[in-house]
Design a protein around this ligand. Sequence first.
Ligand SMILES: [Zn+2]
Length: 74
Amino acid sequence: MICPKCGIEAVIMKSEVVVSGDTSPEEETRVESVLKFHCRNPNCVKYGQEVGESRHQIYPAEKGGEDDGKEKRV
Ligand SMILES: [Zn+2]
């Protein structure tokens, strides 16, 4: 993850596990690992702020095991 403002590699600020679909038996349960990135460049307007997140599905296991590159800029 690169900071969209300054182009410097952002660092992981927080990682969390998100579970969805576990409230209904009809809905498939999904577990995702979410990494939150923030900018570490003190000269950047986004310094110390979240610049994006990266989600990786843990369960059910993704077919092929490839990184689907689902990154979201904020
Ligand atoms: Zn930055």
